[in-house]
Design a protein around this ligand. Structure first.
Ligand SMILES: [Zn+2]
Length: 281
């Protein structure tokens, strides 16, 4: 119980209230500026550009207030991908700088990035191909002809930390950085529960049956629109049998033999840390 509360505290410390409203007052908000799906920063830093610097790019394609924290309102300003950017600014891949992002910007930037993908992918109605326009209901866009509504896409994915006595199962995908191992994870299928997904992924990816699933925490992960749902589980039966293409290696490790962990900003990292500190039960 105490570990669960501890995790909630970590995650909720900098929680935002999300909304989606056309920007009215440019002077009161922190602007998260994107050109295409790239974040604009001052050259070689994670510092956000000033409004004066952004004015040099011309009028943005979209300007929305998207969230507020206890202290700030955050606006998303989005320019088209081919917009010319002044030399003083840099187009930055958010994922590559995530570990340097100040904690209070982590959630707003995650939300901004997901809304950027959503706005780019939903310019026209999927039913009648007419243009979509802003709608004041929650975060939504509405078809100007048939009224069809679309909401930001969220793809839930289960991630599971599997233990066997004092060992932990870690695996690596071919696309991981060299030497990095992480937890078993996969997308929830339509009609499937997150728990059933964790059990299925363990069976499919490494051939084992797991038991005693316990909820850990969730994390928004905007690359491009995942919601990670973390569980701890115990090994029940089966020999390791790796799914071709998905998993290139998987092993049981102890705290003494741990390989390189995943990104420090990921829920996988936090789950592995919790297990190392004995907070998994
Ligand atoms: Zn339509």
């Amino acid at each position: 119980m105490s570990s669960y509360l501890f995790q909630r505290k970590i995650i909720l410390d900098h929680s935002i209230t999300p909304f989606f409203i056309p920007t009215k007052n440019h002077h009161e908000s922190i602007v998260l500026a994107f050109v295409g799906d790239m974040l604009l920063t001052l050259e070689a830093t994670i510092q956000l550009p000033s409004k004066e610097e952004l004015a040099r790019l011309g009028k943005p394609l979209h300007t929305y207030d998207i969230a507020k924290s206890e202290r700030h309102t955050f606006s998303l300003h989005l320019w088209e991908e081919n917009t010319l950017v002044p030399e003083s600014l840099q187009k930055t891949n958010l994922r590559s700088v995530l570990s340097n992002v100040p904690e209070e910007l982590f959630e707003p930037l995650n939300r901004a990035k997901q809304l950027v993908h959503w706005l780019q992918d939903n310019q026209f109605c999927g039913r009648c191909a007419s243009p979509l326009a802003y709608s004041p209901m929650m975060s939504s866009l509405k078809c100007t002809q048939c009224g069809y509504m679309t909401f930001p896409k969220l793809c839930p994915a289960s991630i599971v930390l599997i233990t066997r006595g004092d060992e932990i199962l870690l695996a690596r995908s071919p696309h991981f950085a060299q030497g990095v191992y992480s937890l078993i994870a996969g997308f929830v299928e339509a009609g499937e529960s997150a728990e059933a997904c964790a059990i299925r992924e363990a069976k499919e990816e490494v051939g084992i049956t797991i038991k005693n699933l316990r909820y850990f925490a969730t994390q928004s992960w905007s690359f491009p629109h995942s919601l990670m749902i973390g569980f701890f589980a115990e090994y029940e039966s089966g020999e390791l049998c790796l799914q071709e293409d998905e998993i290139e290696d998987a092993k049981w490790f102890t705290k003494e033999t741990m390989p390189q962990p995943p990104y420090s900003t990921s829920i996988a990292y936090r789950m592995i840390q919790a297990w190392k500190e004995g907070r998994s039960h």
